[in-house]
Design a protein around this ligand. Structure first.
Ligand code: ADP
Length: 584
């Protein structure tokens, strides 16, 4: 690909010329700065003032994936960040487009995924005097509370340094979302092409290793050595860190049972003999020392307190590995903080777990294995059932079988019951193959994450979607068809949110707030754009459709008809739903 710096600026508008013009412009400097830093894909939605940026980026060899709504482009950028370790780029127009992308930026920040939301904006002079510009908004200040860092570039010569700052901010330390504000006027600014090229910055060592202090490593080893019932808990930070071999060595050399959080599933295969996944409650309640590896003690882990953690069974000690020092003691006292990058911290622990390391007591390992095997036998019996209509278990059994055959497939998962059941039923075998609702437990990530997973990995993607969850991003099936991505969406159709049997408590004609059109044909949405739509009423039909979808690599939507009485209110987090108690 020839460099834009050798070609006329604003190439689309320029008349052909024999002589190269020694100028470049804001459009090209943005593209060249991204490319110089190895960023080759933009997720976005064109419009004023960034339409030409999308055209020129494509012309210059970048992949530009154009969405129907900015939130999904933003979610795609966030997932790309998690999957690649490079910041995913989301490009939007000003004001409303920016705000649509902001939800995804906030979600990326909360989940510690590196992404950069790049938005065009109106003229600063008019915005600051509030004189009423087209799509006027003070986007920089609006973005600040929702991201790790926010920058605005006003001059073409600052594009290189501005993009370098955005990249480093997104990926160094605790990764997160960065906002980059590019006013419309910036794009058409010109400058000398050679000076422009020299102004670009290739970021060196964007996410430097951060070694733990030797005394904190020693302290952690002492605490682990003193444990009678140790447990390792892997979070999505551990998956993001790409320290797969070190983490496996820590688990296997120490002999300590481990539990993965949902997006850490597959760091070691869920079938690993040391997995305590099917004995989760027992392991959390009974462990006396827990080694947290890239997992926060937030609501997903009951804040490290209470019955879940066996508060009635005596004190528990935590070793916590995290790159963010302020994460330590966030909810409970941490006996041994290990602050640094996970690769370096785990390597340091591994160095201390040499020959002569005493494996955990057999009674502890045996007690976990016994409960796990009992629960797995119970689960196997449930999964062997073949009810008509399908329920969550029987439909997920078909997906579980497929993933066993295709462990390289990426799973995207959202919903309430659809999420909760899939997390425990569908075993994962490889790292970073599971993307889900994450830290906020949100819905709406489905199609954005699916597009990014397909684009970034080239592997089959199975999106396991509650019918409610799918609705948030369903229009992006057109995007999936347009780019002919190997995405198979399975909509768990039980006619409503949680279940499809609610009635209007007033006796009025309107449907209850939680129910949808009965028998909705989600499959026809996919057909409308040239993909394949299938209705699956049985487990066998679902298994067949999944096989065909993965073999063909074609966009497919399987409308999986689930018993409308199946499912519980709010899945496994009914306790967080105050309205439920009030209605009862
Ligand atoms: P989960 O939801 O799976 O429990 P969280 O998102 O709560 O995981 O926690 C991820 C943690 O991992 C965050 O506190 C973040 O600071 C940390 N983290 C992310 N990347 C790294 C890394 N490379 N090294 C160390 N810690 C990291």
């Amino acid at each position: 690909m020839s460099s834009v710096l050798d070609t006329p600026p604003v190439a689309l508008a320029a008349a052909p010329s024999a002589e190269p013009r020694p100028l470049t412009d804001g459009f090209h400097l943005v593209i060249d700065a991204l490319k110089l830093n190895g960023i080759d894909t933009i997720y976005g939605l064109p419009g004023i003032p960034i339409t030409d940026l999308t055209r020129l980026a494509q012309a210059e060899g970048m992949r530009v994936i154009s969405f129907r709504h900015e939130q999904h482009a933003g979610n795609a950028a966030a997932a790309a960040g998690f999957l690649t370790g490079k910041p995913g780029i989301c490009l939007t127009v000003s004001a409303p487009g920016f705000l649509n992308g902001l939800t995804a930026l906030a979600n990326a920040t909360v989940n510690c995924f590196p992404m950069i939301l790049v938005s065009g904006s109106s003229e600063r002079e008019i915005v600051d005097l509030q004189q009423g510009d087209y799509e006027e908004m003070d986007q920089l200040n609006a973005a600040k509370p929702f991201c790790k860092a926010a920058f605005r570039i006003l001059h073409a010569q600052d594009i290189g340094i501005g993009i370098a700052r955005a990249i480093r901010s997104a990926v160094s330390g605790r990764p997160g979302g960065v906002y980059l504000d590019l006013p419309a006027k910036l794009f058409s600014q010109t400058m000398d092409a050679v000076a422009g090229r020299n102004s670009l910055v290739k970021v060196v060592d964007a996410a430097p290793r951060q070694l733990p202090a030797p005394d904190s490593v020693q302290r952690a080893l002492e605490v682990i050595k003193g444990a009678k019932r140790p447990l390792i808990l892997l979070g999505k930070g551990a998956a993001y860190a790409r320290a797969d071999a070190e983490i496996r060595a820590l688990v296997e050399n120490s002999g300590i049972p481990y539990l993965p959080m949902s997006m850490a599933k597959g760091l070691l295969p869920d079938t690993h003999p040391q997995s305590a996944g099917a004995a989760r409650s027992y392991a959390l309640a009974e462990a006396d020392v827990v080694v947290l590896v890239g997992a926060r003690l937030n609501w997903l882990l009951s804040h490290g307190k209470g019955k879940t953690w066996g508060a009635d069974k005596g004190a528990k000690q935590f070793v916590q590995i995290d790159i963010a020092p302020t994460e330590i003691d966030s909810n409970v006292p941490i006996a041994a903080p290990l602050v640094g990058d996970i690769g370096s911290c785990v390597a340091a622990l591994n160095a201390g777990i040499g020959a002569g390391w005493a494996k955990p007591p057999a009674a502890w390992v045996g007690a976990i294995a016994e409960r796990r095997d009992k629960n797995l036998t119970k689960m196997a019996a449930t999964l062997a059932l073949d009810p008509a209509p399908m329920n969550f278990h029987s439909a997920l059994a078909a997906i579980r079988d497929l993933v066993k055959q295709r462990p390289d497939a990426v799973i995207v998962n959202e919903g309430a019951n659809t999420l909760d059941f899939a997390r425990s039923i569908v075993d994962m075998y490889e790292p970073r193959k599971r993307l889900d609702c994450g830290t906020w437990g949100i819905m709406g990530i489905g199609m954005g994450f699916s597009v990014a997973a397909a684009v970034e990995t080239g592997k089959p993607v199975i999106a396991i979607e509650g019918d409610s969850a799918f609705g948030f991003s369903g229009m992006e099936v057109e995007t999936i068809c347009r780019y002919n991505l190997p995405v198979c969406i399975v909509v768990f159709n039980n006619n409503g949110v949680y279940k499809g049997t609610d009635v209007n408590l007033s006796g009025g004609a309107d449907p209850a707030p939680t129910v949808f059109v009965k028998g909705s044909r989600y499959d026809l949405m996919m057909e409308a754009f040239g993909g394949k739509g299938v209705v699956a009423r049985t487990r066998q039909e679902l298994a067949r459709a999944l096989d065909e979808a993965v073999a063909s690599g074609r966009p497919t939507l399987i409308n999986a008809i689930i018993d409308e009485t199946a499912g519980t209110e709010s899945g496994r987090i009914t306790n967080l739903n105050p309205a439920k108690a009030a209605i009862k």
